[in-house]
Design a protein around this ligand. Structure first.
Ligand code: GCU
Length: 683
């Protein structure tokens, strides 16, 4: 069947009718053309017979350019297709769409482009195929060459982190009881979803590689190869997370010192075996010297030594190592004011710039702390000039409501991708990730939000985040609202007014979430470990770092050069000065960079304390509004969606009230300043 017992998300057959009204053919010798043909057949079976097109497109041809001459599309149309190809060509992943009257051609340079052209057609089904539209030409090529998703799936259920680390949608559908599942049909459906939004790389296991998963490199290779076979059919390259200490854990060596010959030899042989099982493996993802994972520091070596060790083993096979930069001291002492977790990644990696092999990519989280709804953009990404960098995002809503809250992340990613790393004309993060900045790049990576729940993401509306990640990695300049509208149209067979109301209520949900949680970029204030719900002092004395330093007079983290940790100096000018001075620091980041009195007047004209009260009351009101607006349209959706969103919204409202009251009460007790509007703050 179309999606074996699960939700087809935005591939919903009912919204694809306009395509099926035309006669569709596929002409290409590329193996991925078979995937397109199979998808077409599946869709036809699922959607049933469509009425003939009364007008509009009657014939759709999907082909690779090499077939164009041999396919009976007519000379004019063939010429128009060639003329539509941009001067830089289509590469392996680009495609053009050319419509002339009743005929539409989607032509690609190679198999992946064909697959992406097919899914473009499905997303744009109505406008492309159904109307009596005029002649039409489009050309598409992805901005970022690597668009990767990281699964944080464990093979064996971890006693604390469970089946999927930071997973909020059930268990892993890759693994069960310490093994790869026998039936990979769910993995196949996932690969279809990923391919349909242009994802071309997937790492298949958690970056925290525990004992069982370490053996993916050895005992489980045939199973890993089965996964890679499925992913390959959908244009997705497989990556593996490995443990830096594998030579000890698997090889029985007494060291993993990157400078030891026998360690290098062990890796070369291990990699050789992996590639004989999966000749087109993309490479490895590595979390080393990070949150108690093993790494080169144990041997007095640095991260260039460590990353290059793996890179050299991968090089003969064309593989790449994605080496994560989430390296900081997670055993810090809150009494020690000289340690600032935000500084750590830059301090560790900038001095090594230029020493990494060119098949090393440094994978950097978008912020210097940890996937907060609001934090400064990492200065490391802009600072690395001679090393390939990948931007790391988090689709799973660890700190953004854990798929119980509606939180559409598109606007956050757009802001990050558009962030000007110098504050004076670029490059932006998007320029760096896409290679437009002229620096070596490794693309974009994001942590997945799926599990074995029937709707994949726990919250039905969280499907939009997976969709948006793929679309924004393809085109960082796309509008997050348009992407959201595209998702909604493809997902729900409901009328246009309902779609507009749904997207309107989702579009601002990120800012709503920001309002009722931690204020002005100070971050965290979450329950330790689970990271769900408020705990203002949850991390205040924590060895993991991240403090807000609230006292009776004020709040915020002093990261200035003048009197704080000096973090602001990690940015180039004029950005550094802008952040250093509270008068020019953007309001929304004020407490990320400065410790200020509650009476400090923001650029908005409000005091800090009044801002805290106002945003918490407003944020909660906005959630009440979400509930009202959703109830007004809920009955137009299918029963499963209705039930799911109703139930999650009730929890979101409960939790938002808890956030509002705990944060307001805490700061009222600290400051003694009443709310200027006299609203209820519990004593
Ligand atoms: C966060 C998250 C961890 C995860 C880590 C990482 O800290 O809470 O579960 O392992 O990020 O990105 O490695």
């Amino acid at each position: 069947s179309f999606f074996a017992g699960t939700d087809p998300c935005w591939l919903t057959p009912a919204t694809k009718q306009p395509v099926l009204r035309a006669e569709v053919s596929v002409d290409s010798a590329d193996p991925l053309a078979d995937t397109v043909r199979a998808e077409l057949d599946l869709l036809r079976q699922a959607a049933g017979a469509a009425d003939a097109a009364p007008d509009g497109v009657r014939e759709i041809l999907l082909c690779t350019l090499d077939r164009l001459g041999r396919t009976p599309v007519g000379r004019d149309l063939a010429d128009a297709v060639h003329a539509a190809v941009p001067r830089a060509g289509l590469g392996a992943e680009g495609f053009v769409v050319v419509r002339r009257g009743e005929r539409l051609v989607i032509a690609a340079g190679a198999g992946r482009g064909l697959l992406y052209g097919w899914y473009h057609l499905l997303r744009q089904a109505a406008p492309l195929a159904a109307t009596t539209g005029a002649d039409h030409t489009e050309a598409h090529r992805p901005a970022c060459a690597v668009r990767m998703v990281n699964q944080w799936d464990n093979m064996a259920v971890h006693p604390v982190m469970g089946s999927v680390e930071r997973g909020y949608a059930g268990r892993s559908f890759f693994y069960r009881d310490g093994r790869v599942v026998a039936d990979l049909s769910r993995v196949r459906d996932y690969a279809r979803l990923l391919a349909s939004v242009g994802i071309n790389a997937l790492s298949v296991n958690n970056v925290n590689v525990h004992a069982t998963e370490t053996r993916l490199l050895t005992d489980h290779l045939p199973d890993l190869a089965r996964i890679a076979d499925v992913l390959r059919e959908h244009g997705i390259t497989t990556y593996l997370s490995v443990s830096y200490a594998a030579p000890i854990e698997l090889g029985g060596l007494d060291t993993a010192d990157p400078r030891e010959q026998r360690v290098a030899r062990w890796w070369a042989e291990a990699v050789e075996r992996v590639y004989s099982a999966i000749p087109d493996l993309g490479g490895f993802v590595v979390k080393a010297d990070s949150e108690n994972r093993p790494g080169p520091f144990t041997y007095g070596a640095d991260h260039a030594d460590g990353a290059n060790l793996l890179a050299r083993a991968l090089r003969p096979h064309g593989g790449t190592v994605y080496w994560r930069c989430f390296v900081y001291d997670c055993h810090q002492d809150w009494r020690d004011r000289s340690t600032d977790r935000a500084r750590a990644a830059y301090d560790h990696f900038v001095p090594l710039d230029g020493r990494f092999d060119d098949n090393v990519v440094l994978q950097v989280k978008y912020g210097p702390l940890d996937f907060q709804v609001r934090e400064a953009v990492s200065p490391l990404i802009g600072a690395l000039r001679h090393t390939r960098v990948a931007l790391e995002l988090q689709i799973t809503q660890e700190y953004t409501g854990q798929q119980r809250h509606i939180c559409y992340l598109g606007p956050l990613w757009t802001e990050i991708l558009g962030f000007d790393t110098t504050g004076a004309g670029g490059p932006t993060i998007g320029d760096i990730a896409s290679g437009r900045a002229g620096r070596p790049t490794g693309g974009v990576v994001a942590v997945s939000n799926v599990g074995d729940d029937a709707n994949w993401t726990g919250h039905k509306l969280a499907q939009a985040n997976l969709f948006a990640y793929g679309r924004l990695a393809w085109d960082p300049l796309a509008s997050p609202d348009e992407v959201l509208a595209e998702w909604a149209r493809a997902t729900f067979a409901v009328d246009a007014a309902t779609l507009a109301e749904l997207t309107a209520l989702m579009s601002g949900s990120l800012r709503t979430y920001e309002k009722y949680t931690a204020p002005l970029g100070v971050g965290f204030m979450v329950t330790p470990h689970t990271h769900y719900g408020p705990s203002v002092n949850g991390y205040e004395y924590s060895p993991w770092g991240t403090y807000h330093f609230a006292d009776r007079d004020g709040v915020g983290v002093d990261r200035t050069v003048a009197s704080g940790s000096g973090y602001t100096a990690q940015y180039p000018e004029p950005l550094a000065s802008r952040y250093e001075d509270p008068a020019s620091c953007p309001d929304e980041l004020l407490l990320f960079f400065h410790h200020v009195p509650y009476s400090h007047v923001l650029r908005s004209g409000r005091t800090v304390i009044q801002h805290i009260y106002d945003t918490h009351f407003d944020g909660c009101d906005e959630v009440e509004d979400l509930v009202r607006r959703w109830s007004a349209i809920a009955d137009r959706f299918d029963a499963a969606t209705r039930r799911n969103v109703d139930e999650r919204l009730a929890e979101q409202l409960r939790c938002a009230r808890e956030w509002r009251d705990q944060v307001n009460t805490y700061f009222f007790r600290m400051s003694g300043v009443p709310d200027a509007e006299g609203r209820t703050i519990h004593r």
